[in-house]
Design a protein. Structure first.
Length: 291
């Protein structure tokens, strides 16, 4: 049985173009999808929105934007401008999706600027950038979802490493406009993870819940080390129950970066994802049995 709250993040079937990704998600019986900017831009926003509407799928998140840790200058201005485009994309796609779609833009902060060792300063520049973007997101009805990444990515990809750090940045803004992404792969290791999830719930800042698994040994490219839920060491019961306890009732995305899975026929990959989700995550969703 396909869990009605399952959403396939397009990264899980990275090699599928937008048309194929939408088609196999529907064919597998999954009701929702999270899209990535590059495949959307390949066909154009208007065409992507039309294709999404025709699919009948809910739209759950737009991935990804951010990358604004650099000092003030042309590169930072270009990043802010691109984030404004991403906000427009998220709003348009959410409007095009089926009932229950959510206008959520996932933000990955970016790593340390070249030659810098100042993590604290980089995080402050993230806060400043979000301060610029928040009024535009609010006007568009989009929630900016700060995603903390595992500390192994702090230098090159994301200086926000814990859910607590993400919440500290978000705390300056309206929860409807700036929230967080809770991704099991990135935060399962954190000894404060359950307390941070509870805090996120109290503050109304869980914009999206994403799941996949962690298994060692990690590959040479650690970015591609994600696995189907249940294939690794993550305790989905404790994390999922903590998220559910906050009142989170939105769709839940499976987002996997794994070359072997990308090389799998996309329909088979979606079907395997649905089966893994049903076994590893669904039992801990309070609303699952009722649905």
């Amino acid at each position: 049985m396909i869990d009605p709250r399952l959403s396939i993040n397009q990264a899980t079937i990275k090699y599928a173009d937008l048309k194929t990704a939408l088609h196999v998600t529907v064919e597998a019986g999954v009701e929702a999808i999270g899209l990535w900017r590059e495949p959307v831009q390949e066909v154009g926003l208007a065409a992507a929105a039309s294709m999404l509407t025709d699919s009948g799928l809910r739209f759950t998140t737009h991935c990804r934007s951010g990358f604004f840790t650099m000092p003030e200058g042309p590169q930072r201005r270009a990043s802010i401008a691109d984030n404004l485009v991403a906000i427009e994309e998220a709003a348009t796609l959410a409007e095009a999706g089926a009932d229950g779609s959510t206008a959520i833009l996932v933000l990955v902060a970016g790593g340390l600027p070249e030659g810098s060792r100042d993590l604290v300063g980089a995080r402050e520049r993230v806060r400043d950038a979000i301060g610029e973007l928040a009024p535009h997101a609010a006007a568009a009805g989009v929630t900016l979802a700060i995603e903390p990444l595992h500390p192994m990515f702090a230098s090159d990809r994301c200086v926000v490493s814990t859910l607590g750090q993400a919440l500290d940045i978000a705390s300056d803004f309206d929860p409807a406009v700036v929230g967080t992404t809770v991704d099991t792969f990135h935060i399962f290791w954190d000894p404060d993870v359950l307390d941070s999830i509870a805090r996120a719930g109290r503050e109304g800042r869980i914009a999206t819940y994403q799941v996949c698994d962690w298994k060692t040994p990690l590959p040479a490219d650690v970015l591609l080390s994600r696995h189907y839920p249940g294939d690794g060491v993550i305790d989905f019961e404790s994390i999922t129950r903590a998220v559910v306890a906050t009142g989170y009732s939105r769709d839940i995305e499976v987002e996997i970066f794994n070359k072997e899975i990308w090389d799998t026929d996309p329909l088979i990959a979606v079907e395997r994802t649905a089966a893994a989700f049903a076994a590893a995550v669904s039992p801990y969703l309070a609303t699952h049995s009722a649905e």
